[in-house]
Design a protein around this ligand. Structure first.
Ligand code: ADP
Ligand code: ZN
Ligand code: ZN
Length: 663
């Protein structure tokens, strides 16, 4: 196009509308497509991204405003980037403008403040020598099979905990880097990045790589993102948000702990980073490796049906290390169970570490009055308030509400209030009384609220300054503590009877991952699990270390019940302060859905969400099921337009979620 022509640019903005906005721009070229711009919006300004250029507009030309600035200091998004973003926007039925702006690092979404970056190497505080570990036979076989196929393929590595999956990833990465390609390594948790950062730094002391997660400052995040885009950073280690990082020379994607729920974004653009990583690998024609000791049923099904290649690591990698011994014991009614305190003493006596797992933070989940029956409940949510004794507070774990913990019952004045159930704080207190000489560390999101406190805790544990760890699921994700040889799971039954069809899968994964923390190195591990249902299939399979049987049985069950992965789901979530408005909106949405219908589509009745009220909002949902992905997508495309056109007003919030992980 001629530079002299009056030009109109189509700009994507962070607005909940599936359309582009026209602006005049002088001196633009095709080179500017994919660049960020500053444009006037109402009385203010917005940052957008140019999607296309054109000469005419359907709007009156004199009404169209002028672009204020085109930022050319950083490269534009390229065709590959657009391909992924457009797929993502279409698949999740989320406006492209919001998708693109959600994927940019926050510093690049702001109207002011961004300064052209100065490249600074990410500091490495580990000057150790480059180290590699000779792979064992099983690891070598996996690496060789994968490397033989330098094209798109999904590889699922099912490896027991401690089987050396990370070493397998590293060998693959090494070869891909050697071939001159970039690598994307995704991990579920920001807490796991320091551990991997150290291992990466030790393995490749001179490699230019970056880590991207929400704990990195905005400016630094933008700098690292740009380094990846420019190709100077050869490897990106990151949490789910890193899946969209531009990598012009991408050669391999690794998704570690692929079963982790944190790969699913739960607000805004509700994407699965694992799924987007697979799409990205397919678009780029490169291999992707998913690793887990407890694969999701979706991945397992794909592996069983031959769409993914399945690889096994059946033994622990450290020579002499074996899988832990599991024992089920009845749940203690009060205090510590005599069943495992002997093991606790013996373990401490040998100078080894103990992990006590309880999936509930705070002191106690219930505060009640034995006189009149009053219970402390959140006035804004349909849940009880949790007692935080040390802070002398009652807290809502859903909306953040905090109340002073009063001595007396607000209903009858009784001053002898009681609690029921236990949280991490109470368990910590009991253990302190019981083992006064042991040093104890509690790890939950309360104790880890401070930035950097996890890194400190990890060092303390590795340094053996801690004898007993008390913690929630934060602790279980892929951490490797060689001196830890005893794991106790308190009250495992809490989640046995959930209504979510994924409950068994999740419980199995959680228990196996916690158990997997025991005896990672040469020390034999023991795991004690408190349950009152020792015959439950999840627990039986766990006891036998029969993960594959469990997954196969669970798959058969899902097929029989007609749940994913044998069909596909989308969920319409609606919330408002006024429950009547929620009902009216859902009724209309359902009518439209039924009228629309479609091949292979089932529309369920609206039901209250599992947390039926949150922060004063009533929450309901409507499930839509498609026999095939294409059926569901075809249905949603028309339905979402109808939903957008419904005049619901500002008081209703609704969101359409494709492939929900919580139903
Ligand atoms: P996973 O990710 O499968 O849980 P890791 O990769 O963290 O397992 O490895 C578990 C432990 O085994 C680590 O301490 C690691 O150093 C060790 N390890 C891995 N591969 C080997 C090997 N080939 N020989 C000896 N030890 C190994
Ligand atoms: Zn009372
Ligand atoms: Zn609340």
């Amino acid at each position: 196009m001629d530079l002299q022509d009056p030009m109109i640019v189509e700009v994507l903005l962070d607005l909940p509308l599936p359309r582009r906005f026209d602006y005049h721009a002088s001196l633009v070229t095709e080179e500017d497509v994919g660049r960020r711009v500053k444009v006037p919006w109402g009385t203010g300004q917005k940052v957008g991204v140019i999607r296309a250029l054109k000469h005419t507009s359907t709007y009156p030309l004199d009404k169209i405003k002028e672009v204020l600035e085109i930022w050319r200091d950083v490269p534009p998004l390229n065709a590959r980037d657009w391909q992924l973003l457009e797929f993502c926007s279409a698949y999740y039925h989320y406006p492209l403008g919001q998708t693109v702006l959600a994927m940019l690092p926050p510093a690049l979404r702001r109207v002011g403040g961004w300064l052209p970056p100065r490249r600074v190497r990410q500091s490495r505080n580990d000057p150790a020598q480059s180290s590699t570990m000779p792979l064992n036979k099983d690891q070598r076989a996996v690496v060789q099979t994968i490397l033989r196929q330098p094209h798109f393929a999904v590889h699922l590595i099912h490896g027991v905990t401690g089987s050396g999956k990370t070493e397998v990833y590293f060998s693959l990465i090494e070869e891909v880097l050697r071939r001159g390609r970039q690598v994307l390594l995704l991990v579920p948790e920001i807490n796991l990045t320091p551990q991997l950062e150290q291992r990466l730094a030790r393995r490749w002391p001179t490699l230019d790589w970056v880590s991207l997660h929400s704990g990195v400052s905005e400016k630094e995040r933008a700098r690292r993102w740009l380094a990846a885009q420019a190709g100077t950073a050869r490897l990106v280690l990151g949490t789910r948000l890193a899946v969209f990082t531009p990598l012009p020379e991408l050669g391999l994607i690794v998704v570690d702990e692929e079963h982790e729920a944190s790969f699913k974004q739960q607000d805004g653009l509700r994407y699965s980073a694992r799924d987007m990583a697979i799409v990205r690998a397919r678009q780029g024609g490169v291999p992707i490796v998913l690793g887990s000791a407890t694969p999701t049923l979706e991945s397992w099904h794909n592996a069983r049906s031959g769409r993914y290649q399945l690889h096994h690591l059946r033994e622990r990698a450290v020579p002499g290390a074996c899988l832990p011994q599991l024992t089920l014991v009845p749940t203690a009614q009060e205090g510590l169970s005599p069943h495992w305190v002997t093991a606790l003493h013996e373990t401490l006596g040998r100078g080894e570490q103990v992990l006590v797992f309880i999936n509930r933070r705070g002191y106690a989940p219930v505060l009640y009055c034995p006189n009149c029956g009053w219970q402390a409940a959140c006035p804004r949510c349909s849940v009880r308030l949790v007692v935080h004794r040390r802070a002398r507070q009652l807290r809502c774990h859903h909306c953040g509400l905090e109340q002073v913990l009063n001595e007396a019952c607000p209903s009858c004045g009784n001053v002898h209030m009681e609690t029921r159930g236990e949280g991490t704080q109470q368990v910590e207190e009991r253990l302190r009384t019981y083992c006064p000489s042991a040093s104890l560390l509690r790890l939950d999101s309360d104790s880890l609220a401070l930035k950097g406190s996890w890194e400190k805790a990890r060092e303390q544990i590795l340094d053996h300054q801690v004898d007993i760890l008390v913690g929630t699921q934060l602790l279980v994700k892929g951490h490797d503590f060689p001196d830890l040889s005893l794991v106790v799971v308190l009250n495992a039954d809490q989640s046995l009877f959930s209504s979510d069809f994924r409950a068994s899968e999740r419980l199995y994964a959680q228990l196996l991952q916690v158990a997997g923390r025991a005896g990672r190195a040469e020390k034999a591990g023991q795991v004690w699990i408190e349950t009152d249902y020792p015959g439950h299939p999840v627990l039986l399979a766990l006891l036998q270390h029969e993960t594959e049987n469990f997954l196969d049985q669970e798959l058969a069950l899902r097929r029989q019940m007609g749940w994913p992965p044998f069909n596909y789901l989308a969920i319409l979530r609606v919330e408002a302060r006024d429950v009547a408005k929620v009902a009216a909106f859902l009724e209309e949405a359902r009518r439209k859905a039924l009228a629309r219908g479609g091949e292979g589509i089932s529309i369920f009745d609206p039901v209250p969400s599992s947390l039926a009220r949150k922060a004063g909002f009533h929450r309901w949902q409507l499930l839509v099921q498609g026999v095939q992905r294409a059926h569901l997508q075809a249905f949603l495309t028309g339905w979402v337009d109808e939903l957008r056109a419904m005049r619901s007003g500002r008081s209703i919030h609704w969101v359409l979620e494709v492939d929900p992980w919580d139903c």
